[in-house]
Structure formats: C-alpha cells, structure tokens
Design a binder for this molecule. Structure first.
Ligand code: NAD
Length: 357
C-alpha cells in the first residue's frame, strides 16, 4: 500500500527547503517503490495567520494518519509578540507530544568536502559520523512537580523534577542499540550516575537492555566527560544515547563539530515507527524568500524518513550518495561556499541532487 507523507512547510525558509526535498522525492524511482501519497498542512506562524493557532486540530489529525511527516521550520519575528501559549514553536511541541515522539535521532556527519567548515582541526573531525539518540518526551523537561513557591522564611524558590520510568529508559536504549546495529555497533550511554539517582537508574536499565544486544559494545560516560571528549576526540563515538536535557545540549555541541547547520537532519520517532523528520536549523528569517537557503539538511531528513519510517533504506542510501556527489561536483549554497567552489541557490541545489539520483 502507498505510504502517506504529510508535508508541513512552516515559516521563513521552510517552504523553500521543503519544496526541494519534495522535488527529490519525486525523482525517486525503483521497482519496490510505490509512490507515496503526499499531503500538505499548516503549522507554526503560517497556521496562526490562517487558522488562529500554531497547530490546527486538522493538522494533528492528518499527522496521526500519516506514516511520516516532513517539516521545514517554524517561527519568525512576525510572531514574536504572540502570547507564549500560541507561539509558532508550540505547534512543534504539540506535534511531538501528540504523536508521542520519544526518540530523537540526530546524526552529526562531516562530509570530507566540507572539512574546512568546522572550527576544529581537520584531523579531529574529518570523516566524523556520529549519531546522538536523545530521549525526547521525559526527564527534567516534563517531570512533575515543577514550578515556583515561597518558603516559610519568605525566600522564593523554583524547582523541576528529573524522573524516568523504567519503560521510558528501556525503549530509548533499544532504539540506540538497534540504530548501532546498522552502523559500527558501538553505543555510549551518557549520564551523571555519580550524582543523580535518576541517571544511576538510567545506567542500570541501559546495562540490562544492553545484554539483549551481545553484538553491540556498550560503554558509559559521565556527561561532563562526554562534553570534553566530543571536542577532544569525537571520532571515538558511534552512537551516543542520553536523557532529554543532556541530549539537548550534546546534540547541539555535536552539530557544531561539523560547522554547517544547513547540512544536518533529524528524526523523532514513536513506538509505531511513525516519525517527524526535519532539519535541525530554524526558519532563518534573515534569508527567507531570497532563494539562497541550503536545502540539504531537509533533503537528508527525507533520506532518514525513507530509512526509519518508509522501509526503503536503499533509497535513503541513494539520496545520501547523491548529496555527496553534488558536493564533490563543487556545488555549494552560500552558507558552505569556499574558494574554488561554485555558489548555487536553493532550487539549483535541489535540481542537482535530483539529477544525481
Ligand atoms: P536559525 O537556525 O533559523 O538561523 C541561525 C543562522 O543560521 C542564521 O544566520 C540563518 O540564516 C542560518 N541558517 C539556518 N538554516 C540555514 C540554511 N538552511 N541555509 C543557510 N543558512 C541557514 O536560528 P535562529 O535565527 O535562532 O531562529 C530563527 C527562527 O527559527 C526563530 O523564530 C526560532 O524560534 C525558530 N527556530 C525554529 C526551529 C524549528 O522549527 N525546529 C528550530 C530553531 C529555531
């Protein structure tokens, strides 16, 4: 049966970059590839303008019915004064919560052609290929109780709760182990087990789940050491799995090892294999509408969708190879251009990837 893809262009450069990914999707052919049904809906600021809120009920319903969702980005200065509960970003949070997207996968890959883009020395990062698996719906960002109160002595205080249920840890550990099986079969679990009971429990449960995967090498590291090792010798890692907050921080750090925000995709998955696929960057209002944004992160998000939600890993490989080929041809959008390469716009980059397929 044909798979259903819901496309959510969103705001700023969102519609421009998503259009290129849809172009690449349309260029895919293959004997085992029943063409998917592609539908489009509103989210973020565009939805506030047209429907009065950042995540219309209709969008959420269509997202629930889809096999996978491709999102551009949301937000921009136009909606900066909107009240917090109705801001464009709330649309994205609502979608994650509404679909139960608990596993966030963020690869940090440095293409050899872009080795100079990193601020780190080339031998440290050249050939970098790591995957951060972040728990996305639990931990301290969601734990209860939370809030502010005034103590008996009149001192005000604020508090959050770091709490993880055993099943929450088990399922994210399994995602990491399974992902490692398709890679170099090594998982490093990051915690602060020496200080935080919740993450000592995290380590205990991950260790137990690890025993189900004897072919995957499991190690553990404290988060402060992991932060150091990521800049000292990032290539020692294959898959990193960690809690919501540690993953939030470490995945941005890992992204910056590559130096090019316009190149990095992400996936957020639920227990049914449904996924939300999006570039890690935002809506880039400073360059929106100019046709200069880099569409490669969105095109690589499409590749992740084919691999993780649409059961077409060979087509995912083809897209990733096509992106490599286009970089090899010397084509670059403005954010990654360097002397001796050829500057192209958003649509030309999409055309080149489609042609390279
Ligand atoms: P941003 O990622 O949008 O932009 C940061 C810088 O990177 C800008 O200079 C931008 O031009 C550049 N950039 C980003 N993507 C690019 C691309 N594909 N090609 C070329 N250059 C690119 O971050 P920001 O400026 O902090 O945020 C802008 C808006 O995006 C805000 O409203 C923010 O809330 C929103 N945002 C949304 C998401 C999301 O939808 N997931 C994520 C982050 C920020």
């Amino acid at each position: 049966m044909a798979k259903k893809i819901l496309v959510l262009p969103g705001d700023g450069i969102g519609p421009e970059i998503v259009a290129e990914a849809v172009k690449v999707l349309g260029a895919l052919t293959g004997p085992d590839w029943p063409e998917p049904v592609v539908d489009e809906a509103l989210i973020g600021g565009a939805a506030i303008d047209a429907a009065g809120g950042p995540l219309p009920e209709e969008t959420l319903e269509r997202a629930r019915a889809a096999d996978a969702i491709l999102l551009g980005a949301v937000g921009g200065p136009r909606w900066d004064d909107v009240e917090t509960a109705r801001r464009p970003e709330k649309g994205l949070l609502g979608l994650r919560a509404g679909l139960g997207l608990f596993a966030n996968l963020r690869p940090a890959i440095l293409y050899p052609q872009l080795a100079d883009a990193s601020t780190l020395k080339s031998p440290v990062v050249n050939g970098l290929d790591i995957l951060i698996v972040r728990e996305l719906t639990g931990g301290i960002y969601f734990g209860e109780p939370r809030g502010m109160r005034t103590r008996d002595d009149g001192e005000r205080e604020a508090f959050n709760t770091l709490v993880y249920g055993e099943s929450e840890i088990e399922r994210i550990a399994r995602v990491a182990m399974q992902a490692a099986r398709g890679r170099r079969r090594r998982v490093c679990s990051v915690d602060k087990a020496n200080v935080l009971e919740a993450t000592a429990f995290w380590r205990e449960v991950v260790t137990r789940v690890g025993q189900e995967f004897p072919d995957v090498e499991l190690s553990h590291m404290y988060v402060d050491n992991a932060a150091m090792q990521l800049v000292k010798d990032p290539k020692q890692f294959d898959v990193l799995v960690t809690t919501n907050m540690f993953g939030d921080i470490l995945s941005d750090q890992a992204a910056m090892l590559t130096g090019s925000i316009g190149m990095l995709p992400s996936a957020s998955l639920n227990t049914r294999g449904q996924g939300l696929y999006e570039p890690i960057h935002g809506s880039a209002p400073d360059i929106a509408g100019q046709g200069v944004a880099n569409p490669l992160a969105t095109i690589l998000s499409l590749a992740m969708m084919l691999r993780h939600s649409l059961g077409a890993p060979a087509l995912a490989d083809r897209i990733e190879s096509a992106v490599g080929a286009v970089l090899e041809q010397g084509l670059r959008t403005a954010d990654i251009v360097s002397p001796g390469t050829q500057k192209v716009g958003t649509a030309e980059m999409g055309d080149a990837v489609a042609a390279a397929l």
